[in-house]
Design a binder for this molecule. Structure first.
Ligand code: ZN
Length: 365
């Protein structure tokens, strides 16, 4: 990354009539400055980019954020921000409403009042997130590496899953595989949900023993240089002859979810409303009679965060554009029986979807 991202943000700050923007969301200041510390604030005006951190991070900030002026601060926002901002002559300061806590805002307002500083605090949303949603080539490369890593870990994980193993054991084996392959920790808790547990879209692995013939839903991700991947597959250990009916239901539901996903992959185009994209997949599931069982959105952006802009849901106002990276993950969940979800990561290129995830989609193995 270079100074380009700061330059891209500046017109947006000016358009809002702000003298400067206070960036406090960690992935946002990382994106703009390169600073990876967990505590910091980035102040951006048309001529300044000031990275404020406490003594734990000052050295790191200087090394990681060469395009910013680094300043060491102490305490909470209200302890140092009013003085710093009035020294710079700023009167309208935007802040990220999704990231600054009510406590911080309240204390800051009180201090501004009591010190009689001529400073107006203006809430903003999605200024940086909007930029982040269109990936640069360098970002796409890191995301692709994280996707490859989940593909590789999944391939190896398949040999671990056998009747008698518990969900927790499988999750732990997958976590080890991801880390061995080079993932920076894991971006979210791995889901291994079998049988009825797979009806919970965000189930936690339990001591439940995996049996053949039932759905096993696996959802996992990797992280490379900050960039995440997100991946789901539903598998079933070959069923015994004793319960062919359950097996048939599973195959039927699996094929509906797969058709729904394929329809979205083939139909989504750049310039399409994200809500329309959601509709492509949802219609298939609704027409099959399972509309009520697909209770989450079709997908979400992935980048420095596992869930970021855009949102592919029925009430999203996002627009899908070239350079975006997101998931396509329809699912059907039936309480007491189980669930099926198939999730790929894709990018929009030259107007069309390019699927990044390579793992095969095969229920039985
Ligand atoms: Zn996801």
């Amino acid at each position: 990354m270079g100074i380009g991202r700061l330059q891209k943000l500046r017109p947006g700050i000016a358009e809002k009539g702000l003298d400067a923007l206070l960036v406090s969301q960690p992935e946002n200041y990382r994106y703009l400055s390169g600073f990876t510390g967990s505590s910091g604030w980035l102040l951006i005006s048309d001529s300044h980019a000031i990275l404020a951190t406490d003594f734990r991070y000052t050295e790191q900030a200087k090394n990681e954020a060469p395009y910013c002026e680094t300043t060491q601060v102490k305490g909470e926002l209200h302890n140092w921000l009013p003085d710093l901002v009035s020294d710079l002559g700023w009167h309208k300061l935007g802040f990220e409403a999704d990231s600054v806590s009510y406590h911080s805002y309240h204390k800051l307002s009180e201090t501004i009042k009591s010190k009689q500083v001529n400073l107006e605090l203006i809430p903003t949303t999605h200024l940086v997130e909007h930029l982040r949603s269109i990936k640069e080539l360098e970002e796409l490369e890191l995301i692709s590496k994280a996707v490859e890593l989940t593909d590789a870990a999944f391939e190896q994980a398949k040999s671990i899953i056998r009747p008698g193993i518990t969900e927790k054991e499988v999750a732990w084996e997958i976590e080890k595989l991801l880390r061995q392959e080079g993932s920076e920790g894991i971006p979210f808790e791995i889901i291994v949900a079998s049988g009825p547990n797979s009806a919970l879209p965000h189930a936690r692995p339990t001591e439940r023993i995996i049996c053949s013939g039932e759905p096993v839903l696996i959802d996992m991700g990797a992280r490379i240089s900050g960039y995440c991947s997100d991946f789901s597959r539903t598998l079933s250990l070959r069923a015994q002859r004793s319960n062919p009916k359950a097996d048939k239901t599973l195959q039927e539901i699996y094929s509906i979810v797969l058709t729904s996903q394929t329809t979205a992959i083939e139909g989504i185009e750049s310039g399409m409303d994200a809500s329309q994209a959601d509709g492509l997949a949802r219609t298939i599931i609704e027409q099959a009679g399972y509309g009520g069982a697909f209770g989450h959105s079709l997908g979400h952006g992935v980048g420095l965060e596992v869930h970021e802009s855009p949102t592919l849901s029925s009430n999203s106002s996002d627009l899908l554009l070239d350079g975006m990276v997101f998931t396509i993950e329809p699912g059907i969940y039936l309480t007491g029986w189980g669930g099926v979800r198939i999730e790929d990561m894709v990018t929009l290129e030259k107007g069309k979807v390019r699927v990044l995830t390579k793992s095969e989609k095969c229920l039985s193995f």
